[in-house]
Design a protein around this ligand. Sequence first.
Ligand code: ATP
Length: 326
Amino acid sequence: MAKIKRIGVLTSGGDAPGMNAAIRAVTRMAIYHGLEVYGIRSGYHGMINDQIKKLESSHVSNIIQRGGTILKTARSAEFRTVEGRSQAFVNLQKHKIDALVIIGGDGSLTGARLFSDEHDIPCVGIPGTIDNDLFGTDYTIGYDTAINTVVEAVDKIRDTASAHNRLFFVEVMGRDAGFIALRSGIACGAEAILVPERDTPYPKLKKYLETGFVNKKTSGIVIVAEGEHQGGAYEIANKVQEDFSQYDVKVTVLGHIQRGGSPSAYDRVTASHMGAAAVDALLDDQKSVMIGIVNNKIVHVPFNKTIKAHKGLNEELLKISEILSI
Ligand code: ATP
């Protein structure tokens, strides 16, 4: 394999706090090794539309603490086509970029896998998504910050819930995965946690609320992942209100605040570690792998594996969450 001289870096898909720390780490690690770095704006969209500029070390100063992504992110329908990906490759060749670091979720890594299969360019992925739903890594960048945001918000909701004896249904992000719901639910001492991975039939939830909330508690918090199967927080809250007319049932949908904010120390360190490891991987002639962290150690996970394999929820934590909410 020819020696790499110029790396392109981009952020793609949903933004996640800590993406900036990853961009900084990739840029500085590459410069440290004598490579040039080019920032590609707006993900694959910018690769197709030639929004590509050289990054110096100073361009990534003072960004480690900032949420969002200085490179912007986007979703690109064109990149899903062979023609779109060919146009992207033409632009990379124009700028003499000979390796890519892609920071994004499973969709972004699926695109990267196709791109590296079709074109002769090594690609390394960094898992950047608040959902933590990528197989092969214990944590993805942004997950820890998102959980902390949920916990901070729910602690406040708990105060008002308790003042009024209210039962709150709090909807958190997670269309296909309940990682945010489970971890934040445990951290908030939620009375129940509803996740897409598990069917919680309504009678079961009702019984649960009867034994826990009605009998002994002055407030109740049910964390609902948005992809949960019973119709979402509003739907379930309506049913519960009909059955528990003595209680004031409320719904809060936390929405996009979960994506924003200054990244936690954990996310900054994870992003720095993974960003540096991505450059190391390229210099070691690795390609088509995602950088993961398992038991605090860097691992290289083939794109195929992380895209196809399913990461399950921690069953032990699920069980614990039920026991601790009695
Ligand atoms: P998040 O998990 O935060 O939503 P993501 O990376 O999964 O992030 P997606 O919108 O699924 O976000 O994917 C980002 C981009 O990756 C898409 O807009 C598209 O350009 C590219 N992509 C996704 N899936 C494919 C695919 N099957 N083929 C080619 N490109 C794809």
